[in-house]
Design a protein around this ligand. Structure first.
Ligand code: DAH
Length: 339
């Protein structure tokens, strides 16, 4: 008899189930009114005196083990169900969906692309690691030309022919080499200059280059195009062109937009003049066209270049250019509602 009970004890110890029905059936089998334990207890009176102590001990052990087993399995199953919950608590509030924010450089760049694409410009790109020809020589900046000093260049290793482009004007050259006029293209991208990093300048920043080449393109077309741009971009269409010098354009000009002097911010931004300088431009130098196999007798065109970072700093009143590349979420989050 004791052996049979011991066998049951092993069975009880080894029993396991994740089904409530099975656990209940197990409980009834051992602990139910007509269960095995009650049957064993009923046997007690027939057990010889000398065995009673051992018999009592073993059925008590079986009873306790069975009880503990049922309780443990039920508790485990209940915990499990709660944690995983087929549906969970449907009345709980949902997790808010975090919206990302576009970087201010992207916002400004996309605005510029949008404005020019509506008047027929496509978007072109070139490499950031550039050769001397595309960054300088083809743009009418031969070796030893003093204007090369205007742009402190990062060279790749010790090879003076391979460098990080100092402006997106290099993409003009690549585009003209590969496409025949009429050409209307803008080229946004990152550029690099070996400059001391401060609140106002960085060793890398972003530009958009514009290029228009066709028959009979005049300076008036340039001015009209830029005026359209400033009125779309800033809501201001009063501009002025100041004569300037760039090796790749002749004549060249610097473009100022009239910002106004209505608020204290206007006053600060424009240093009290009301005017803001926003880009360089000019008629593409015939030498540049020739370098790109375009006949300057047949075609003419204009080009312009502007700094995206500078425009972003102006538009959003950002006091330090370094904020644009530090990726501080407290800064970036503030552009959440922008396009
Ligand atoms: N490449 C000039 C710069 O980085 C900007 C520029 C000026 C581009 C005049 C042009 C231009 O295409 O015509 O400062």
């Amino acid at each position: 008899m004791i052996d049979t009970i011991k066998e049951h004890l092993t069975q009880v110890e080894n029993f396991s189930s994740t089904s409530m029905d099975e656990i209940e059936a197990f409980r009834i089998k051992y602990l139910g009114k007509k269960g095995l334990l009650n049957q064993f207890f009923a046997e007690f009176k027939n057990v010889p005196k000398e065995e009673k102590a051992a018999f009592g001990q073993i059925i008590n052990q079986l009873k306790n083990t069975a009880n503990a087993k049922v309780n443990d399995l039920k508790a485990e199953l209940e915990n499990h169900t709660e944690a995983k919950g087929v549906y969970g608590d449907l009345t709980r509030p949902g997790h808010p969906i975090e919206l990302g924010a576009r970087h201010p450089i992207s916002i400004v760049k996309n605005r510029i692309i949008e404005i020019f694409s509506r008047i027929g410009f496509n978007v072109s790109e070139g490499p950031e690691i550039e050769d001397d020809w595309h960054n300088f020589t083809a743009l009418n900046l031969p070796e030893y030309h003093p204007a090369r000093d205007m742009q402190d260049t990062f060279f790749i290793q010790t090879n003076p022919d391979i460098l990080l482009r100092t402006h997106t004007s290099s993409v003009q050259v690549r585009y003209m080499e590969e496409n025949k006029p009429p050409i209307r293209t803008i080229s946004p991208g990152r550029v690099y200059r070996n400059e001391a990093i401060s609140a106002r300048s960085h060793c890398f920043f972003h530009q958009v280059e514009g290029l228009y080449i066709d028959k009979d393109v005049s300076f008036a077309d340039l001015k009209q195009t830029l005026q359209h741009f400033t009125s779309e971009m800033f809501g201001k269409s009063k501009i002025r062109l100041r004569p300037s010098y760039f090796p790749f354009t002749e004549p060249s000009a610097e473009v100022d937009v009239y910002w106004g002097l209505e608020t204290e911010t206007d006053f600060k931004m424009t240093k009290g003049t009301g005017w803001l300088e926003i880009m360089g431009c000019g008629m593409v130098d015939p030498n540049v066209l020739r370098n790109c196999n375009i006949d300057p007798e047949e075609y003419s065109g204009f080009a312009f270049g502007m700094g995206i970072d500078r425009i972003a700093l102006l538009l959003y009143q950002i006091p330090d250019i370094r904020l644009l590349s530090e990726n501080d979420v407290r800064f970036l989050e503030q552009f959440k509602s922008s396009l």
